[in-house]
Design a binder for this molecule. Sequence first.
Ligand code: ADP
Ligand code: ADP
Length: 232
Amino acid sequence: MLEICNLQKQYPSPDGQTITALRLDNLRLERGEQAALVGPSGSGKTTLLHLVAGLLAPTAGTISLDGQRVDALREKERDVWRARNVGYVFQSFNLLPNLSALENVMAALVFARVERERAARLRAMELLRGVGLADRVHNRPSQLSIGEQQRVAVARALANRPRLILADEPTASLDRENGRNVLEILQWLCREQQSILILATHDHAVMELFPRRIELARAVEVSADAPADSVA
Ligand code: ADP
Ligand code: ADP
């Protein structure tokens, strides 16, 4: 279960003031739950995903995954924790350009040290087959279509069977058909693995596909005080 209490993130602004970028009082998501994260541009969607992924530390509040405090992880523990527990899908895919589709997916497995190379290769093949790319595994990202690249990114994000999948506008650079296709794959894999999925979007057609919504209001307010902490 993912549990968030009284979460707040402030950033220092260039002119020495404080920007409150996000406020979220309470959120609980059980294993297997899928939620759309919605709110206008600047309401803190990316900030929330970064906090939950342990990429940023909150100014106040707590985030726990299955009882473990994500916000309290020490810097040294964070990368390993993230590699094992979190799959992140970006709007712009962020695939490694010099690696093939297969190597991109394998890299996630090997980095998290969950699998040896042989097992990682088999698992990566299985996943790429699952997303319909069995005959594209040796292509580099530049040799794949946009829709195919995002399917590789989805396979990579889910490779470790992470408990948490975070997706930041994953269909925004895709056309309707590819977007729908990527979403179906993402939701299907998450269901199958009983992962928690949080997907940021401002597309109404995408929101409709989710049983739950997390709505953020624009929390941005500027105050003259220095922030209680700085960016992690
Ligand atoms: P969204 O993803 O909903 O568009 P963001 O999380 O990107 O919202 O941003 C929320 C607010 O925080 C915005 O006002 C943005 O300008 C501000 N913000 C985001 N990152 C930083 C940063 N590193 N430093 C200062 N302000 C930031
Ligand atoms: P997208 O196209 O999905 O928005 P980006 O690559 O542009 O993906 O990154 C989204 C946000 O994540 C940006 O605000 C960027 O500053 C931030 N970001 C990218 N990489 C990292 C990282 N390694 N750690 C923290 N923030 C990052």
